[in-house]
Design a protein. Structure first.
Length: 229
């Protein structure tokens, strides 16, 4: 069960470059869409409106040919969502209200994954720097978004090897820790030799607003308006 969840999590968070509408959106627009979806899902308490927000989010996944992440994310969050639903009902909420809470959690996670799995890490970090975030924070987020899938992949490989040798899966944790520490050491050395955080970066990034950017942004704003009403 744990390995199944790990496989689904790996396929859900891995970045894959494709020539789709969602991949070709500017990173700034993707961030705006994620923020609008976050606000829309947080302010609404209607099940119908929440289903509308979920449908719109799934449509975005379809535009990026990433419907697989919606299915894999559902597998990963199935147990937490059931626990949240049960605890919400125990707190005095109705079953429908608890369902809204669960859908809200799923939509927020899916919106974040849409950005991470369809945006180049370098472009995302540059946009965040332009928005005023410190370089050390943006680069840490970019590295984390790429190292997490690698760590999950190493965990799956180590668990498979442990099973083939008849060992406990928990014994495979030590090699994973050693490999992760070695990878972190190499990355830190590479960043140090390149003068990370000691000089202002000047990477050219041309942002061209397309018709798809405008249409999807307007649709996201309309969705927020509907959620408020």
């Amino acid at each position: 069960m744990i390995r199944l969840i790990a496989r689904k999590l790996y396929s859900a968070v891995i970045y894959t470059h494709r020539n789709t509408v969602l991949h070709n959106l500017t990173p700034t627009v993707k961030i705006i869409i994620a923020i609008l979806l976050l606000i829309s899902s947080l302010i609404t308490s209607s099940l119908v409106k929440m289903m509308l927000i979920l449908s719109y989010t799934l449509m975005l996944c379809y535009l990026g040919r990433r419907l697989i992440i919606a299915k894999d994310l559902l597998t990963v969050l199935s147990i937490p969502m059931v626990i949240v639903w049960f605890l919400t009902v125990l707190s005095g909420a109705t079953m429908l209200e608890a369902l809204v809470v669960v859908l809200r959690m799923y939509v927020i996670a899916l919106a974040l994954l849409i950005i991470l799995t369809t945006t180049n890490a370098v472009h995302l970090s540059l946009i965040l720097e332009r928005l005023g975030l410190p370089q050390i924070i943006t680069q840490s987020l970019a590295l984390a978004s790429r190292l997490i899938p690698i760590t999950i992949r190493d965990s799956l490989d180590a668990a498979t090897c442990a099973k083939l040798y008849g060992m406990s899966i928990w014994k495979s944790l030590l090699p994973i820790v050693v490999v992760s520490l070695e990878r972190v050491s190499k990355i830190s050395e590479a960043l140090y030799t390149r003068g990370f955080a000691y000089a202002q970066r000047k990477y050219p990034l041309t942002l061209k607003i397309s018709l798809a950017d405008v249409v999807i942004t307007v649709c996201s704003i309309l969705l927020l308006v509907i959620s408020i009403l």
